[in-house]
Each structure stands twice: as C-alpha cells, then as structure tokens.
Write a protein that binds this ligand. Structure first.
Ligand code: SAM
Length: 179
C-alpha cells in the first residue's frame, strides 16, 4: 500500500476448471485490501486478466503477473515471507512481529490451492493460521491483510480509475471518473 514497503501475494497452485473462481478472488481480494501485486501460476492466466481489467476500470496502483516458476519467486524474494496455512501459528500471536518487520521490508504472502509443499513451510518466516480451522485462501488473505494494515486499506485512495462506485443505502450506481 502507498507509503509502506511492497506487499505481494503469491497464489501457489491452480487447478484449471476447479479453482477458477477462487484464484480470481485471490487476485481481487489482494487488490481491494491493499496488496501491491499478485502473482499467479501460468495456468491461471485468466485470473491475471481479470485483475488487470478491474484495475483498469476501478483504479490502482496494482500489478497482476504470471510466473512460470513460483519456486524461483520464493527462493529469490528479498524480504519477509508469510505463508497462510491452517497449521500455522495463530495470527493474533505473530501479527505485531509481522507489522514491525514490514515497516522496513517487503512482504510476500503465500496462499495455496491444494496441498502445499513442505519446502514452502521451511522457506517461510511465518507459517500463520487465521484460526487453526480449515476454510478458504480468500478469507484467510482478507483477514491477514486487514490485520497487517490495521484497517487503513479500507479507505485507501484509488488512482487512474475510469469508474467509481457511489456508496448509497440502496441502489447500484457506478459513475465515470474525470481525472
Ligand atoms: N489441504 C490443503 C493443505 O494441506 O495445504 C489446504 C487447502 S485450503 C482449501 C487452500 C488454502 O487456503 C491453503 O493453502 C491456505 O493458504 C488457505 N487456508 C485455509 N485455511 C486456512 C487457515 N485456517 N488459516 C490460513 N490459511 C488458510
């Protein structure tokens, strides 16, 4: 988010057909809740396109990319790495340490689709659970980003948008933006 070191989200794995909506929603959630960038595996190129289209319409800055080698991304990441997993330490026990580290360092947030290789658990600085109950990568990512930014992402400013939703009690108004 503006004013803090980069936060990138790495979506590990993608089963074409089965994971389409989940992978797309990882990208949209990363963007809406303050990450700077999402990285998908090549098989999830449709999710990259959707995130880019939404950014074109509703603003950024936000980058969506595909990678042929998530392993290289993990190996070469210069910063801290947080892997979201139901087996990890409770978020409430490690969030302060993560926020402190992130003040000075970029952060890579890793979420899986199916079983995540043990090498990822070893590479991560934190294996973190949003509860130790099984649920969803989208839910875990949303709670994690909100805790990381302590709610500031909810009122962030969007740049270069061509459309803006007008908040209202009833109705669905989207207006054009003149910049
Ligand atoms: N069974 C898979 C495994 O062993 O890794 C988990 C699949 S789960 C449907 C997909 C992803 O959701 C996980 O890789 C993890 O990133 C995320 N996830 C699910 N529950 C979570 C939790 N309680 N806390 C943090 N992340 C969670």
């Amino acid at each position: 988010m503006q004013g803090s070191p980069e936060v990138a989200v790495l979506r590990l794995g993608h089963r074409p057909g089965r994971d389409e909506r989940m992978t797309t929603h990882v990208g949209l959630t990363a963007r809406a809740l303050g990450a700077d960038c999402v990285l998908f595996e090549r098989t999830a190129a449709g999710a990259e396109e959707t995130a880019a289209e939404v950014t074109d319409r509703f603003g950024g800055p936000f980058e969506a990319q595909v990678t042929d080698s998530p392993g290289t991304v993990l190996r070469e990441w210069e910063g801290a790495i947080c892997h979201l997993t139901m087996y990890g330490l409770p978020i409430e026990d490690v969030e302060t340490e993560i926020r402190t580290t992130h003040r000075e360092n970029p952060l890579l947030v890793v979420v899986g689709a199916e079983k995540v290789a043990f090498s990822v658990y070893e590479r991560a600085d934190w294996n973190l659970g949003v509860t130790n109950q099984p649920h969803s990568e989208v839910a875990a990512l949303a709670v994690f980003l909100d805790r990381l930014f302590e709610g500031r992402e909810l009122s962030r400013e969007w740049k270069n948008a061509s459309r803006r939703v007008v908040p209202e009690t009833t109705g669905k108004t989207v207006e054009s933006v003149e910049e």
